[in-house]
Design a protein around this ligand. Structure first.
Ligand code: ATP
Ligand code: MG
Length: 564
């Protein structure tokens, strides 16, 4: 799918843009941006914002910038920048030559601050951070003015210049906007706009010793880039008057409209960079791209397609109130996409040897198996069949309970694409009592998968030939958290980790057509789920597959039964 051809949708943000276009507020121009801070990898929530901003630009024939909102040296790195570029591109979006960095605007932001000081609209405050907090007041009480609030413009300019020159320690002074300490909106109570931070920045190194605060940098960066619609998440609603105040006071030429929408919350998932970093640092996962992570890199390694993620973002839409989206919807989007696109192959995850007693030794037949039952265009491959096969352990039961229709002594089933086989007996491990080898006979007349006498079987099972299959490791991923809201009960979210989020099946057997499975290539393993070759660890001769999704939502079923 070409994302630039996404079906035009409508929502309250697009309504606002339509209205602006009608009144000519921005001369019919539509310019958006996606502004991540490079202090972590992008997650599915960011993907929602990427799809929204780039999607709107495309729909209205406008532009969408990619801007690193890198105004805090702590935690920002080039590795994160590179991961963001890779992920946005992989999602299918193109910023062309419009990659920007807020850190490139430091000098201009400094000059804007100087302008505010000269206008008597900003001052250097020498209260401690603790005192500033106390003076700020509460929702019910007005704040108190700083004793430094009425410093002269000359004194402020001098101090601010010396802050920049590095004459003071961190926390000794800050630059604050002079707005209104009694404002019912706490954001407007003389917010800090520049602070001293003697930490090297991943791009500007030691060039700067003061850094602009987010609220100040963000609106001005938008204005510098001539953004028309500055779309952000709901928690910035109270910051909008401040956004407008800076732009109005400074009299900038371009004054974007900030519009807030509800951020994505997903059940069974954590979408906070701080907590995702914790999962990585504590090694609860193998890294940012662990296939259980809700990061774009994790979803990619898990086998998600960009189309599935875009489809998910389109389906959830945008709204003005917070809600929690069921993670099953995301899983369903990838299922639907792969159901249409993934070739079918056979793989046995927990092999049980099966010998067909009446099949000639040394004989090998090749079955022509279509890659997709509904799509002959995908072609077919030859799958070798012989006397000794592997089937799934769970497809055989010595003493089958009611409703178990697969293989059991005396029972006949169909082998996918092949013959009917009938179980004669099973050889058991004397120690464990588990079946280690099942013996069957086959009916040569059922090669087509049907019996000429019309008799029916209740089950079809998949298989591979023992001598004509390849070993593989299969990583069975599941949800990382076992409860719908992992943040329930506060910061102790690690106790909700799902101990079964990864099961490694090391002795799997897959059909030979997978010998050259390309890293990241996707398949449906018949009857088992959707899988992809791991992009990091899989190689010819050492195949590793990741489970992207089960065929059906096992969590919904388990919830019904009160399990899991
Ligand atoms: P966190 O709160 O986890 O640290 P953040 O929102 O600070 O993340 P940014 O890098 O600042 O991370 O986000 C870049 C953009 O993505 C912002 O415009 C932000 O509004 C948007 N965004 C972040 N999280 C979500 C989410 N869960 N749903 C929708 N948009 C999001
Ligand atoms: Mg942020």
């Amino acid at each position: 799918m070409d994302p630039t051809q996404a079906t035009p949708t409508t929502d309250f943000i697009r309504d606002i843009i339509d209205e602006h276009n009608r009144t000519g507020r921005f001369n019919q121009r539509v310019a958006t941006r996606f502004p991540p801070e490079p202090n972590g990898y992008l997650h599915i929530g960011h993907a929602k914002s990427v799809c929204l901003n780039f999607g709107i630009a495309t729909q209205y024939g406008g532009t969408c910038n990619l801007r690193m909102d890198d105004t805090d040296p702590a935690g920002e790195t080039m590795e994160y920048v590179e991961s963001i570029l890779r992920d946005v591109r992989w999602l299918g979006f193109d910023w062309e030559d419009r990659l920007f960095y807020a850190s490139d605007y430091y000098e201009r932001l400094y000059q804007y601050a100087v302008q505010l000081i000269k206008m008597g609209k900003a001052y250097v405050c020498s209260l401690s951070a603790e005192e500033i907090r106390k003076y700020r007041g509460t929702l019910t009480e007005p704040g108190k003015e700083s004793p430094y609030r009425n410093r002269s413009a000359e004194e402020n300019l001098d101090l601010f210049q010396r802050m920049r020159a590095g004459e003071f320690e961190e926390g000794a002074h800050v630059l604050r906007a002079k707005i209104d300490m009694a404002s019912p909106n706490i954001t407007l109570r003389d917010p800090v706009i520049f602070r001293i931070k003697k930490e090297p920045h991943y791009r500007t190194g030691n060039q700067w010793l003061i850094y602009p605060m987010y609220d100040f940098a963000h609106c001005l960066s938008d204005s510098i880039e001539r953004i028309t619609h500055s779309i952000c998440t709901l928690e910035f609603e109270n910051n909008r008057p401040l956004y407008d105040w800076f732009l109005d006071e400074l009299g900038v030429k371009d004054h974007p409209q900030q519009i807030e929408f509800a951020r994505l919350n997903l059940s069974y998932t954590i979408l906070s960079k701080r907590r995702l970093i914790e999962l990585v640092q504590r090694k609860c996962v193998s890294g940012w791209d662990d296939p259980r992570m809700p990061t774009v890199a994790g979803l990619r390694r898990r086998g998600y397609t960009p189309a599935a993620i875009r489809d998910f973002c389109a389906r959830i839409g945008v709204a003005k109130n917070d809600s929690i989206v069921d993670v099953a919807l995301l899983e369903n989007c990838v299922r639907e996409d792969l159901n249409a696109a993934a070739p079918r192959v056979m793989a046995v995850l927990r092999p049980l040897r099966l010998v067909i007693d009446n099949y000639p030794e040394g004989r090998v037949e090749e079955f022509d198996c279509p890659y997709h039952p509904q799509n002959p265009g995908m072609g077919s491959r030859k799958v070798p069949f012989s006397r000794v096969l592997y089937i799934e352990q769970e497809d055989f039961m010595e003493i089958p309970p009611k409703k178990f229709f697969r293989l059991a002594p005396g029972r006949e089933v169909r082998l996918r694409y092949g013959y009917f086989i009938k179980c004669v007996n099973a050889i058991k491990d004397p120690k464990t009592g588990n079946a280690v080898e099942v013996h069957c006979t086959y009916d040569p007349a059922t090669r087509s998968g049907f019996a000429p006498d019309g008799r029916k079987v209740d089950a079809t099972i998949h298989w591979v030939s023992a001598d004509h299959s390849l070993p593989a490791e299969v990583r069975l991923y599941d949800r990382l958290f076992k409860v719908p809201n992992p943040m329930e009960g506060g910061d102790d979210f690690l106790k909700h980790l799902n101990p079964k989020s990864l099961e490694v099946a090391k002795n799997c057997r897959v059909e030979t057509s997978l010998a050259k499975a390309e890293p990241a290539s996707r398949y449906q393993f018949e009857r088992t789920g959707y899988f992809c070759a791991d992009s990091v660890d899989s190689a010819p001769g050492k195949l590793v597959f990741n489970r992207t999704a089960t065929l059906r939502d096992s969590w919904a079923k388990a919830a019904e039964k009160g399990k899991k």
